[in-house]
Ligand binder design. Structure first.
Ligand code: MN
Length: 228
């Protein structure tokens, strides 16, 4: 018998492509404004200011392929992002060793209740109400870096019902993956199971029930998610 007053839920996890094993998730960090064209479309200067982060909840990750349109919003946007999954961590990780901590990569969506995020920004409040809602992070299977290496260039594209909405290149990231890991580790002790959503290219836009989102990252894969 455990000492828990109720049975604790299973730890959130992500599937791993080509195996039946799963990657247990500890934390979800998300970087804001990491592609210049997206920074501009959101009304900010695309200079190389220090990166900033917010978090989603581990159980917001959802590999199901369905995204239920969330409550309390009428302006829900897609943000296509490469997901970086860590197999180890630490504090003050040097940039040149950062990729040693990466288990693998996945295609993810940072779904955003843009209306609620906008209100939070206007009121100088935190972003969770716009970002960390139920099933707000659709995510495909992880692909181990041992198989594909560490993607640093290549097409990132999101299509909705076959129409291209977001297009960019991994090489356009303002802060590269090793820099993101190193910077985060100066503020948080990173650990195995942490995942990082690495920012979205321009073209974010609203979705509606029935839409099919196809999110593609060259070398990582394609994630298909239906809005229900
Ligand atoms: Mn995002």
């Amino acid at each position: 018998m455990s000492d828990y007053v109720f049975e604790p839920p299973l730890r959130p996890s992500l599937p791993i492509r080509g195996t039946d094993r799963r990657f247990p998730v500890r934390r979800v960090y998300c970087i804001g404004r990491n592609y210049a064209a997206h920074t501009i479309e959101m009304g900010h200067d695309p200079d190389r200011d220090p990166p900033f982060f917010f978090q989603k909840n581990p159980d917001n990750l959802d590999p199901s392929g369905e995204f239920p349109y969330p409550v309390r919003s009428s302006d829900v946007h897609h943000e296509l992002e490469m997901v970086v999954a860590l197999k180890s961590g630490g504090l003050n990780i040097p940039v040149e060793h950062a990729l040693d901590h990466v288990y693998g990569y996945a295609v993810g969506l940072d779904m955003t209740r843009r209306d609620l995020q906008g209100e939070a920004k206007d009121l100088r409040r935190p972003w969770e109400i716009g970002k960390a809602f139920e099933r707000s992070a659709p995510c495909g299977a992880l692909v181990p870096a041992a198989e594909i290496g560490h993607p640093s260039a290549g097409l990132v594209q999101l299509r909705v019902n076959g129409e291209v909405r977001q297009t960019g290149d991994l090489g356009q990231m303002i802060w590269k993956v090793p820099e993101i890991i190193a910077y985060l580790s100066d503020y948080f002790e990173l650990a195995a199971g942490d995942v990082i959503m690495s920012g979205t290219p321009s073209g974010v836009a609203a979705v509606a029930r029935g839409d099919l989102m196809e999110a593609e990252i060259a070398g990582v894969g394609t994630l298909r998610v239906t809005v229900v």
